[in-house]
Design a protein around this ligand. Sequence first.
Ligand code: FMN
Length: 172
Amino acid sequence: MKKGIIIQASSRSKGDTFKIVSYLQEQTGFDVIDLSQKRINHFDYEFKNQDDDFNDLFKNIVLNYKTIVFATPIYWYTMSGLLKVFMDRISDFLYKEKDFGRLLREKQMAVLSCSNEDKLFEGFTMPFVETANYLGMDFLGHKHTWVENNIIPEQVKQNIREFVAKQIHEKK
Ligand SMILES: Cc1cc2nc3c(=O)[nH]c(=O)nc-3n(C[C@H](O)[C@H](O)[C@H](O)COP(=O)(O)O)c2cc1C
């Protein structure tokens, strides 16, 4: 099983979150998935969306990786819509194909948020912490990052390096 995967959840593939993800990728050696390049529909109680990209993507993640890092821009004080839809769709595997859902137990979750300033409102982390608890995952932590005029400030790079060293670990 590989160590980890970074799930990039920005509405643009090469924006600010991408810059942060690229730096994190350098530090960890983790694989990256760009959710904006996937076709993932909203959760549907009748599971009419099973032929989109979510099933294969989810199975690939739970079968092959130990650590899942969600990297999301801050959109309206919270995670991106892309990431929220991804989270909603995890419910598919709690209703059906539960064996795959159970594979999340004891995996690790970490979160990086990205905006343009060193400011994060209270409550951002809660949905991730509670989701990890609910799914039986180990929550490694959250780090807020920011990009200024297309550049990652040195302070942010240092914060990411420390976050990797203390909470996420790994670069082979
Ligand atoms: C729809 C939308 C909502 C946003 N809401 C917030 C917000 O609530 N707080 C904040 O600090 N920045 C907010 N921003 C700014 C983004 O967090 C910031 O520009 C971020 O670096 C964008 O990352 P991206 O290039 O990966 O999309 C918002 C941007 C967009 C497009």
